[in-house]
Design a protein around this ligand. Structure first.
Ligand code: NDP
Length: 281
């Protein structure tokens, strides 16, 4: 049986640590406030927004919610961001993606003050990550690092293969693994012989958005497998990019879906909210 990496437990552990830090900040008169903006009523986005607000409540941050209609213009959204950028009582600003097609996501993400960019999507923060400066960390990849560390899985010197090169997961994941001294390979849809590349991995991180595509034939005996993917199957059950049952027989540790990487993303978002206090110092 492999070690099951319990994201639910680890994320609660992190949120409890943050709760204690938030309480001690409150005693010093410092309150952390997250502004969450949603445009339109995409049901999946509404669930994510609700979960983020709940996490704020749990930790003791205050959250401000801006639910804007689908037909909100880019200019109106930019104006709201500008007001929130200047509002000293707002520490973090989060714009829930995806945005309606008529709004340019890049423009919006660049408009958020880098000091309030708790998702770590602003090019300045992405650049800091690349050159190894302290600051915000991208939530999902940072969550994966915490899962590995808190499960006592060594990263330094290990061969790490990442499937996926998105700006949200694959690329920043590679930077964080590099920072932890892994030897990193990034793969994508044009990679030749993906299976053979993956079989070299001591740590295989899968973020490809293809339900249950990675089976045991991609995995080296005893590897650690992290499944970032999240999908609903025909029976409305959650599954990942990894064929869990097949891979679990071969690997030494694995994240389940649900209960693996998913809960970590929000925990790390909350960590970034607290980080705003340091960034703003
Ligand atoms: P994207 O669709 O933006 O990126 C997918 C990446 O996988 C691309 O780089 C693509 O390559 C690569 N890819 C697709 N098919 C193949 C293939 N057959 N072989 C090799 N590489 C392939 O997805 P995201 O990075 O945003 O998300 C990945 C998954 O993680 C999704 O399931 C998403 O829902 C989930 N996710 C989960 C989060 C969580 O909190 N647990 C947070 C964010 C995402 P190319 O660049 O060549 O097209």
């Amino acid at each position: 049986m492999p070690q099951i990496i319990d994201g639910k437990r680890i994320s609660t552990e992190i949120k409890d640590e943050l709760k204690a830090q938030a309480a001690s900040l409150k005693e010093q008169g410092v309150e952390v406030t997250l502004a969450v903006i949603q445009v339109g009523q995409d049901p999946a986005s509404s669930v994510y927004v609700r979960n983020k607000k709940r996490a704020c409540e749990y930790i003791g941050f205050s959250s401000r919610s801006y639910e804007l209609p689908e037909e909100t213009t880019e200019e109106e959204l930019l104006n709201l961001i500008s007001v929130l950028n200047q509002d000293a009582s707002v520490n973090g600003i989060l714009v829930q993606l995806p945005l309606p097609k008529h709004i340019c996501e890049d423009e919006i993400l660049r408009a958020i003050s880098p000091a309030k960019d708790v998702d770590c999507f602003h090019p300045l923060n992405v650049g800091k990550l690349f050159i190894g400066e302290p600051g915000f960390q991208p939530c999902t990849p940072a969550g994966v690092i915490e899962l590995l560390k808190r499960s006592n899985i060594e990263i330094a010197g290990k061969e790490c293969v990442i499937i996926g090169r998105s700006n949200i997961v694959g690329k920043p994941m590679a930077m964080l693994m590099l920072r932890e001294n892994a030897t990193v390979t990034i793969t994508h849809s044009r990679t030749k012989d993906l299976r053979e590349v993956c079989k070299k991995a001591d740590i295989l991180i899968v973020a490809m958005g293809k339900p249950r595509m990675i089976d045991d034939s991609y995995v080296k005996e005893g590897a650690v497998v992290i499944d970032v993917g999240i999908h609903r199957n025909a029976e409305n059950k959650l599954c990942g990019d990894v064929d869990y049952d097949k891979v679990a027989e071969k690997c030494s540790a694995i994240t389940p879906v649900p209960g693996g990487v998913g809960p970590m993303t929000i925990a790390m978002l909350m960590k970034n909210c607290l980080e705003t206090i340091k960034v703003g110092e």
